[in-house]
Design a protein around this ligand. Sequence first.
Ligand SMILES: *Cc1c(COP(=O)(O)O)cnc(C)c1O
Length: 254
Amino acid sequence: MNDSPDLLAVLSASGRARYETLRANLTSVEQRVTAACAVAARARDEVTLVVVTKTYPASDTRILSALGVTDVAENRDQDAAPKAEECRDLPLIWHFVGQLQTNKVRSVLRYADRVHSVDRLRLITALSAEVQKSERPELGCLIQVALEASPGSGLHRGGAAPADVPALADALASAPGLRLDGVMAVAPLTGPDAGSPRRAFDRLAEISSHLRRAHPAATMVSAGMSGDLEEAIAAGATHVRVGTAVLGVRAPLG
Ligand SMILES: *Cc1c(COP(=O)(O)O)cnc(C)c1O
């Protein structure tokens, strides 16, 4: 991690302490990512660290950018929109990773470079319509897969059932203003792969490989968080989404 003399010079004592904490945490996450790549015989640059800044203030995002972080993620538009506005001068790629209601689409499109949580046709239609109305460039989209969903169960927290991925991918790929970048998943808490993130991420890798037969450019695999980034990298993740291990344990959301 590089020191950033410009930012350090303007930070208060508590700001400098936060800077040192985030630097130390990033260093240890970077060591974990590097070690996991080595174990998997993958090059370090095949994996992008996306730092999930949800619930933390814009001042932390600013410190992370100064420390060399290139990609940040948010999951709630209410928190993300003002934060992204405050950080507009920073060279960051913004990922939206939370469940997205269609009434939030316009706001999210003001700052998000990528949306990882596309999981239904109605959302694809809404995103495409809003991108076309706006001046913004194409939106990179990932299809979120509900790895806990068993056929016909319908009981999951966001994400498309694996069987629905091909049709959603075709719809996304042909929607004006949208670009199909790949797939995203969270290790399931229920279902046959609960407690085995590696098995879940291997299934995601299979879904990705199937997807790439029809859509060769959709190479992103977004998987792995603070607790299971090693398993995700072993299974082929290209993007790991890490919050707690960098920023600390979050206060419970209200
Ligand atoms: C919060 C969140 C993360 C980060 O989780 P940590 O366990 O804090 O690393 C990753 N992905 C999504 C979709 C999240 O909402």
